[in-house]
Design a protein around this ligand. Structure first.
Ligand code: PHE
Length: 444
């Protein structure tokens, strides 16, 4: 699905919404959201997160899709095409760097998911308690060759999808799998809420203790919002480029935001009651869901089948996100090299990007500290920074009437909303992100 291709990859409006949702819904919702919420005080984090989704998420999702739709290009060519000069080219490079950093750790976690799927098939976790499951996770991450093997599998699978250009098949698959994932999660939530002591977890997740809100919590919530919605690294520019002219950006964005947030909250409703019922520490970090999920299945009927189904869906949700991440880098390489003496075709670009990711992932496997850095730097700093620049770009450097035309009609409530949107991206969002940055750095 490169913008170099002449046939649009999306068969329908629903297809585009699902593909965008496929990028957004992934490990960010099911793996990262619960553990970051657990580390940052539960309910207090949830409130700030929801506020971020409302004030940053929705308008910036619209902004990034707009850049793509308007330019018809990938992250590399979009800013240049709109402005007719290369003054904003640094932003394309920043998108590429961010994509590479995210892929470094994201593929490792996708590899963990593959491992858990295979373990579920072997019914390895029969009767396991939280201590055994923690040990299992630690022995997996401590075994570097095995972890590397699973990571490689995830990278190869994603590369194969891009190599053979079978994104359309994935899109069709999402139509069935996304609802299935939701149904599965509802069933799990239902079971977890019947566990003894589940109400402690529900209060942890839904009752906000405002004294826990610190600049770091706000920074983490903002970063999680950008990461979960895939905003601020160019993936959505590519999707926007394929949007049919008649498709509404605001309606698409709203649907994606609602779905993504619903999945994240549902993940919290599954994980936190179980965390407290099984006596796990909610601030346990990246291993949290891998310790809790297999224990939940042991409580469910059809535990073997349920766990296989869930981990399969989780792997697919992860891969639909890795596809959109890798696509940014592959399109970047082909587009950036197309005007040079040595143009790189799509297949060579897949190999080149694949090799870079293998190296970045190896760093993350060798050092949990580097893993943490890649995650923090990309989510909490680079993505908000890029999104801030995109807001300024659209707000100040694109003809105001074009924006009003895209988002609203000549008059009426839609026109007013478009006007409000413009003020939000021109003033409010840049200032708010800047304030959170300065606050997080302890400067303000
Ligand atoms: N939003 C994805 C998730 O929640 C991760 C992602 C980030 C994908 C940025 C693409 C771009 O898992």
């Amino acid at each position: 699905m490169s913008t170099n291709h002449h046939t649009p990859s999306f068969s329908s409006k629903v297809g585009l919404i699902l593909a965008t949702a496929g990028s957004a819904v992934g490990l960010g919702n099911i793996w990262k959201f619960p553990y970051v919420a657990g580390e940052n005080g539960g309910g207090a984090f949830l409130i700030i997160y929801l506020l971020c989704v409302l004030i940053f998420g929705l308008p910036l999702l619209m902004t990034e899709l707009f850049i793509g739709k308007r330019s018809g290009k990938s992250a590399f060519g979009a800013f240049r095409a709109i402005r007719n000069n290369s003054r904003w080219q640094w932003l394309s490079w920043l998108c590429m760097i961010t994509a590479i950093l995210i892929m470094g750790f994201y593929f490792v976690v996708t590899g963990w998911c593959f491992h858990y799927l295979i373990a579920a098939i072997g019914h390895v976790f029969r009767g396991a308690d939280a201590i055994t499951l923690t040990e299992h996770f630690q022995s997996l991450t401590g075994n570097l060759p095995v972890t590397f093997g699973y990571t490689l599998l995830a990278i190869l699978l994603t590369a194969a999808v891009l190599w053979f250009d079978v994104n359309k098949g994935i899109e069709r698959l999402s139509k069935i799998l996304m609802p299935l994932l939701l149904i599965m999660m509802f069933l799990m939530a239902g079971r977890v809420l019947m566990l003894d002591g589940s109400n402690v977890g529900m209060s942890f997740f839904f009752q906000a203790d405002f004294s826990k809100i610190t600049p770091q919590v706000v920074l983490a919530a903002m970063g999680q919002c950008f990461f979960s919605l895939s905003i601020g690294m160019g993936a959505l520019i590519t999707y926007g480029a394929y949007m049919p002219k008649s498709q509404s950006i605001s309606a698409t964005s709203l649907q994606v935001v609602l779905l993504d947030t619903a999945v994240a909250i549902l993940a919290g409703v599954i994980i936190f009651p179980a965390v407290f019922a099984f006596g796990v520490d909610p601030a346990e970090g990246p291993q949290l869901v891998f310790v809790v999920l297999p224990a939940i299945f042991e409580q469910m009927s059809f535990s073997w089948l349920s766990s296989i189904l869930f981990f399969s869906l989780l792997c697919i949700a992860a891969v639909t996100s890795t596809i959109s991440l890798m696509e940014v880098a592959v399109a970047f390489v082909t587009d950036a090299s197309s005007h040079t003496k040595h143009p790189i075709n799509r297949h060579k670009a897949v190999i080149l990007v694949g090799v870079i990711i293998v190296l970045m992932a190896a760093l993350c496997i060798l050092s949990p500290t580097i893993f943490g850095w890649f995650d923090k730097i990309s989510s909490c700093w680079l993505m908000p920074l890029i999104a801030l620049a995109m807001a300024l770009f659209v707000g100040w450097f694109i003809n105001k009437d074009d924006i009003l035309h895209e988002f609203g009609s000549q008059r009426g409530w839609k026109h007013h909303l478009a006007f409000v949107y413009l003020q939000i991206i021109r003033y409010f969002i840049p200032l708010a992100i800047l304030a959170i940055f300065l606050n997080g750095l302890g400067i303000w």
